[in-house]
Write a new protein. Structure first.
Length: 255
């Protein structure tokens, strides 16, 4: 087993454990257990369905990595060969590419086809992290671009694993107190819930808020940053390329 395999396995394990713990906590609540079981079952099926394509994407990247790496200027390759610097470069570039992929996922029809399963849960909770597309276009098309920086595949894999773990955890219903500077720098559960509440038009960044602030798509969560979610509705519409307006289950219930 390689370092890349260990990183991805560790990330997957942490996400599964977190999803299970949060789901078990909800099962004791009579007003949520049915929906949560439905969310868990749907998320688990989508997660399993996405495994073959994810395996292909990872191996495509592993195969083309040395070829693309040889095109990197020697001075850049020498700098990114340092594990820590290479990790930072890979993490930031992957995050920027993730913002682009997320934008495409909500602003184009083909992008929405691949991203829509993620917005199909009944409420905002960690089971959304399991709802991955069976067609991981980002992994196939974007991950190899990180190789152009000269970063090793193993270092990039660790950066992607850390990023994916954070992206999964921001779907939790828990609201943990974080330092103000950190809440302004990275996506939090409260910040990412705004993304789901507004049909994907804001807060598209995977981890860093930098890209949304630069693009004018950042939206701070309403009220106190640590307050619990203001409703238990989940977006069913998130395509913003046309005239459609995103709505929540709660909105439709009052229509």
């Amino acid at each position: 087993m390689t370092i890349a395999d260990i990183a991805w396995a560790g990330s997957t394990g942490l996400i599964v454990i977190a999803v299970w713990v949060e789901t078990m906590t909800d099962l004791v609540r009579p007003d949520r257990w049915r929906r949560r079981l439905h969310d868990l079952a749907g998320g688990a099926l989508l997660a399993v369905a996405s495994l073959p394509a994810s395996f292909v994407a990872a191996n495509v990247a592993r195969t083309v990595w040395p070829v693309l790496g040889r095109t990197t200027p020697s001075t850049v390759a020498a700098a990114t060969d340092h594990p820590l610097l290479g990790f930072v470069v890979a993490f930031i570039l992957w995050d920027a590419l993730g913002w682009v992929d997320h934008w495409i996922g909500h602003r184009t029809r083909i992008g929405w086809v691949t991203h829509r399963p993620h917005h199909g849960g009944s409420s905002f909770n960690l089971t959304l992290a399991l709802r991955q597309s069976p067609y991981p276009l980002a992994g196939i098309a974007l991950l190899p671009l990180v190789a152009l920086t000269g970063v090793s595949f193993e270092t990039a894999a660790i950066a992607v694993a850390v990023s994916n773990t954070w992206q999964a955890m921001v779907h939790t219903q828990a609201r943990l107190p974080l330092p103000g500077w950190l809440e302004k720098t990275v996506m939090t559960p409260a910040t990412h819930e705004v993304h789901h509440d507004h049909g994907g038009v804001v807060n598209l960044g995977p981890v860093l808020t930098l890209w949304d602030r630069a693009a004018g798509t950042y939206c701070a969560p309403p009220g106190h940053p640590h307050e619990p979610p203001h409703h238990d509705g989940q977006l069913q519409t998130g395509f913003r390329g046309g005239e459609g307006v995103a709505t929540t289950v709660a909105d439709r219930a009052h229509a």
